[in-house]
Design a protein around this ligand. Sequence first.
Ligand code: CA
Length: 630
Amino acid sequence: MKQLLSITTIITVTIFMATTAIYAQSFKLERVEPEFWWTGFEKKELQLLVYGEDIGKARVHINNPGIYLRRSIAVENPNYLFLYLDITENASAGEVTLSFSTNSQTLHHTYTLKERKGSDNRHQGFDSSDVIYLLMPDRFANGDPSNDEIPGMIEGVDLDEPYARKGGDIKGILDNLGYIRDLGMTAIWLNPIFENDMPYNYAIGAGFYHGYAATDMYRVDRRFGTNEEFVELVETSQQMGMKVIMDKIHNHVGTHHWFIKDMPTSDWVHDQSIVGNTNYRTDTLMDPYASEADLRSTVKGWFVDEMPDLNQRNPLLADYLIQNTIWWIEYSGIDGIRMDTHPYPYKDYMAEWSRRIMEEYPDFNIVGEVWMQNVATTAWWQYDFPTQSGYNSYLPSVTDFPLYRSVVSGLNEDAGWDTGLARIYYTLGQDFLYTDPFLNVIFVDNHDLVRFMTSVGEDPAKFKLGIVFLLTTRGIPQIYYGTEIMKMGGANDPDKRRLFPGGWPHHEINAFTEDGRKQLGEKRGLPIPEVFELVRHLSEWRKEKDVIHTGKLTHFIPYDNVYVYFRHNDDETVMVILNGDNHNKSLNLERFSEFLGKYRTLKDIITGKESDIGSVIHLSPRQAMILELR
Ligand code: CA
């Protein structure tokens, strides 16, 4: 009996080994990214990430005129294969068969190459002729309650929990495009729309409604809608005269990203157990005295525990990320990109990414979120900055945090030699450091900052001064959703990202309508209709004003906390006066004769009143004036 058993065991083991040998030849094909591609790009190379159990063991064959398989790269993880194809000029759009085979198995995959869509509307870029409306998709409007909960996705909607999803979606944005257009906006920047199917822990503030922890970089989060709905949003916006700016993140993804759960290589992300979290001090990148340890922490440290830090020095990952960007631009027709945490990845990678995008789409624009302490370190990030190492970022636009800080401090503090509105004067005086300060994106708040109404102590007069400055100084102004209706909110993330009133069926007041804004103003005791009209009127006015887009800026030293500047070109001159004090002022005009000398009358753009240019202008407390000279 004993002997018989052992013979059976031997036979079983032998059969098992034989089966394993056969299985070792078999593989699965679950995912090919990008899902499809196009003919006719500047760069002929296409990387395909192929994923499936043991796919790394397969040989690949392509038989298609004009398309060549140059390299097939297997990596540590047998579930991946990276293919590099050449899509030559002779390749035509259509279906391409990729054959994967081992000794015992062959699989065919039909890959589609499309023709690139040519259209005047697409990829227009954005510049200082635009006003950008920034909105957070989860918090703007819930146009489709049926996508609030998606079977199989981790998080649903909880209206009472600040860090939870609220159900806002692409349909809600589509429904309110008319509102955004009527506000005078010419571009929309959406916080990220990629799938963020992440586990949440509200107790520690871990909610991923904000979209910065992607779990699939090729798919719109289904709680926002579909990829097709996003394309519809881009095309409809463009038909209505508005551009669309996509928010992207290459520094990190979410812990539940499908490729993080089964990483292609051990160096795909930086090892948090070694590098910890980032020190968030991106000055280390240009600081001539920075230590290696600090620099390493900045670049390799994780942003937060739920966001693995990608290693863009892995060339397979770098190609993947660049292609993912080009795919979205070509697929959706977007006009621009806002790159999140721009200084945190390897800077050489970021430069190559920007260079490649701008090479394929010369009219496009990219703004990098460079949240720096001062003008020099911000300017360092803009293209062609004369860095000591010769590094060129190729980044056209930067976020202007130094100017933001000057505005908020300048409006709140008492005037002194270098305080009050003089702060703005000194900050702009350093513009010689920028390659092109007119491409800076300027703002008084955004999804990461205290809402402007709160940061000026809920003072409507200070608030209006800030708005007038934002829409008349140099740069590309950005308005954060709800700022036009004086929304408030403090330092905690959910506080700055509250729902737009009227975006949800249960809201009693609908601020998308004139009546609703009037009711909201009465309820809060705030001049909300007046502020809305100021934003609308100035945005509409500046649409046709080349002098505001590209005209020169000349400013005068603020005396007595009155800041005066002129925007001027060969055809037009606009004078802006900001009284930063809570007192009446008499402004003697003699000092401004270099501009006023050749004009006789002026028209106040805010009030519509015209008058002769006298010798003095009387200003009420915290008054702002925009005067067209005639
Ligand atoms: Ca919804």
